[in-house]
Design a protein around this ligand. Sequence first.
Ligand SMILES: [Zn+2]
Length: 144
Amino acid sequence: MDDPRARVGEAGRVMSTSSAPEIVEGGCHCGAVRFRAKISKREAVRCNCSICTKKGFLHLIVPEDDFELLRGADVITTYTFGTHTAKHHFCETCGIHSFYRPRSHPDQVDINVYCLDDVDPSSFDVTLFDGQDWEGSIDELLKR
Ligand SMILES: [Zn+2]
């Protein structure tokens, strides 16, 4: 599939592309929820909103086509609040939020980097998102 990030940018320069996509796997703590994803860059977002702070979530957002739930659909519970756009999925047994549907990208899947197997979270470039001022920050995030 054509990676839009590999196209020539507005300034005429070729946008940087990383090495070949990586296939990563992860899941919740008890193992009931497992997923696989294809990631093209080790880039993540940290958000300071009320729920991301408490979860300690490090966001890795991937297109739905690059995400595959291997097991656990039957044990996932979903929490919503506020606009109810974000679907905060978690394992009903261990309570871990390993991925969810974010308000910023409701048609994509947001994986918690800390729930990936054998991936060092410090290997990711992290962008800060001011989720405490969500409306004032979202345009910049979506430009990435
Ligand atoms: Zn679990």
